[in-house]
Design a protein around this ligand. Sequence first.
Ligand SMILES: [Zn+2]
Length: 70
Amino acid sequence: MICARCDKPILPGQGTTLALDSPSAGGADVTVHAELCNMPGHQTAPDLTGSQLFAEQLRAAADRVSRYAP
Ligand SMILES: [Zn+2]
């Protein structure tokens, strides 16, 4: 079984089941380590889109050019 909090395997006797309530769905039972484990960092915002990446590249290229160059 895999821990829902840290995504690491749970050995027999180390897990506990929590019931998650959901206002819009049926909820779910998740199994986590009984002792508090560290939740890995996760992304909370989407990656930049192609046009945003292009704009970042243009800004970076503009920053590399000196205003005083001939
Ligand atoms: Zn865990």
